[in-house]
Design a protein around this ligand. Structure first.
Ligand SMILES: Nc1ncnc2c1ncn2[C@@H]1O[C@H](COP(=O)(O)OP(=O)(O)OP(=O)(O)O)[C@@H](O)[C@H]1O
Length: 273
């Protein structure tokens, strides 16, 4: 498959790449879910990853975040190779949310965000067990930061509510707050508006813009094309595990190969594209 690649907007990519994937391939037995994908994300941009069902988007996210060890290829972040282990990737500064929300259902919203924060705390096991001064200070700071993040995503009033009792859209926001608690430089969102009503979707877009204002880069997988094209600086389209094209929302939206890839996957997608 030939990849059509739009030239980057002048000046936009003068900065060094934040995340860089080269030749990433993921096979499941005989199925090649991701095939030799090169991918770059630059500081402070919002990029979209689109493609019909089964195109390999989530598998690619899993390769970027250490959930899967790619069959071949490399991923680096801030110029350093990323070890394909979720914890190592999080510590390096890449956070993600999941297509199917993965919160601790029986913990409060605040506790969920605090859990995200623990990858940045340094209290050793002895101090934690004895609740020593260092533990208490870190616990207080963790709590304050978690509250700040709940405010940032608009959930401050739900801090003490159990995650499972939150409305669906709020659960998605909570997942984002928990991801932000790890202090990432790059946030990967897998279908952040799935199941949301139009008002919640507008809220999610506004939240992603505010996350970028904090200096983060964001990659978004979405089936809602209007959302993607209104939100993103750049869009990449995957089809059958391969990169079909990449460029500005306008160029991708009007690309006949993208439209063709969506036709046959359902009227909704074709209409959206
Ligand atoms: N763990 C796995 N084992 C075997 N096959 C898998 C596995 N995960 C994904 N696949 C297959 O890899 C292909 C890509 O799936 P993936 O979920 O990455 O696509 P997607 O673009 O995210 O799809 P969707 O938009 O429907 O979420 C599909 O054919 C899927 O069935």
């Amino acid at each position: 498959m030939t990849v059509e690649q739009a030239a980057p907007a002048p000046g936009r990519h003068a900065a060094a790449g934040l995340l860089s994937a080269r030749g990433v391939t993921m096979r499941f037995g005989g199925l090649v879910a991701v095939n030799n994908v090169d991918y770059d994300v630059y500081e402070g941009e919002i990029v979209g990853l689109i493609g019909p069902n089964g195109a390999g988007k989530t598998t690619f996210f899993n390769c970027l975040t250490g959930m899967y060890k790619p069959t071949s290829g490399t991923v680096s972040f801030r110029g350093r190779p990323l070890r394909p282990r979720p914890q190592a990737v999080t510590k390096a500064g890449v956070a993600r949310t999941f297509q199917n929300i993965r919160l601790f259902a029986n913990m409060t919203a605040l506790e969920n965000v605090m859990v995200g924060r623990y990858c940045r705390t340094t209290t050793g096991p002895i101090s934690a067990i004895l609740h020593g001064p260092k533990y208490r200070r870190e616990e207080r700071e963790t709590r304050e930061r978690a509250l700040e993040l709940l405010r940032f995503v608009g959930l401050e009033r739900s801090a003490d509510h159990l995650a499972r009792n939150l409305p669906y859209g709020d659960q998605r926001r909570l997942e984002i707050a928990r991801a932000l608690a790890t202090d990432p430089g790059l946030l990967l969102l897998d279908e952040p508006t799935a199941g949301m009503n139009p008002q919640e979707t507008r809220g999610a877009m506004e939240l992603i813009f505010r996350i970028r204002e904090q200096g983060l880069a964001v990659v978004v997988i979405e089936h809602d094309m209007r959302f993607i094209f209104n939100l993103c600086d750049r869009v990449t389209c995957l089809v059958r595990g391969e990169k079909l094209c990449e460029g500005t929302p306008e160029s991708v939206q009007s690309n006949p190969r993208v439209i063709e890839a969506y036709i046959g996957t359902g009227p909704e997608a074709a209409e959206g594209a």
